[in-house]
Design a protein around this ligand. Sequence first.
Ligand SMILES: NC(=O)C1=CN([C@@H]2O[C@H](COP(=O)(O)OP(=O)(O)OC[C@H]3O[C@@H](n4cnc5c(N)ncnc54)[C@H](O)[C@@H]3O)[C@@H](O)[C@H]2O)C=CC1
Ligand SMILES: O=C(O)[C@@H]1CCC=N1
Length: 286
Amino acid sequence: MALPTPAASVDRVHRLAFLGAGTMGGTIVAGLVRAGRDAASIAVTTHTPAHREKLATELGVQAFADNRQAAAWASTIVIGVKPADALALLDEISPELGPDNVVISLCAGLSTDLLSAHLPPAVHVVRVMPNMPASVGAGMAGVSGGRTATEHDVQAAITLMSAVGRAVAIPEKLQDPLTAISGSGPAYVFAFVEALIEAGVTQGLPRGLATELATQTLLGSARLLDEGNDSVTQLREAVTSPGGTTAAALRELDDHGLRSAVQDAVEACARRSAELAAAAEQADAR
Ligand SMILES: NC(=O)C1=CN([C@@H]2O[C@H](COP(=O)(O)OP(=O)(O)OC[C@H]3O[C@@H](n4cnc5c(N)ncnc54)[C@H](O)[C@@H]3O)[C@@H](O)[C@H]2O)C=CC1
Ligand SMILES: O=C(O)[C@@H]1CCC=N1
């Protein structure tokens, strides 16, 4: 099927190219279009022609087969490939970029200095760590400007990510810890809910019912937390009757080391984020 011809009608300054519009990049693109952004102002590239064709057909965005062409077309370029593929991609598009371009990286671990080293010096670089709930407009993103980024670039990235959830500016040194809480966090929550469902099934609940109970409990608990009327500790205590059922369950979680398991998991995630930069440099050197 023929892809739409890339539109020149949108003013260049408003054009946004997602290079590597996969799970995360594609989610943000879909969220932006759903939030009312003009689809003609967005271009996508992917390695898989069928995938970018699907994005173009379903969302009305511009599909490019060539990263350099997409980068030359756009003003802001979002890097959505895996960290190991990012530096080679920057090397590829570098000849098309200059002082009018902002490059936003979604890549875990890669510092703005490392990214800038693979771009012309005047290109503005911003690092963003989004998360998957962006697909339902409930994302959480941390935004850090590199040395060449202006306050305006950071604010523009916050505005962009706010269309699919919440976004905060953070110092870049907090990107790895933020990744370990909100970037990867949805997977911890899903793993916990999976375990809760399995435990419900073990107790004799039909799987569909166990899934509904666990999901609605997560949603309701999240809404209570988000209302912010009570602290997380007050909320936990409100559920926990002295000598009751919840206290019995929480004691088991404590005995099985829930808190230290979470500490270790978050530490491992932040460490891995830092390691990804070294792995990307190695991949780029090959
Ligand atoms: N999946 C998640 O929940 C999150 C992912 N991230 C970051 O987002 C980035 C992408 O992760 P996912 O979306 O999960 O991966 P993915 O594998 O779903 O998406 C990567 C996309 O890049 C495309 N691609 C690969 N090389 C390319 C190239 N040279 N030119 C154009 N397209 C190319 C692939 O076809 C694919 O569509 C990673 O750097 C990751 O650290 C950040 C936060 C959350
Ligand atoms: O697992 C990963 O490396 C990516 C980054 C944050 C969430 N997913």
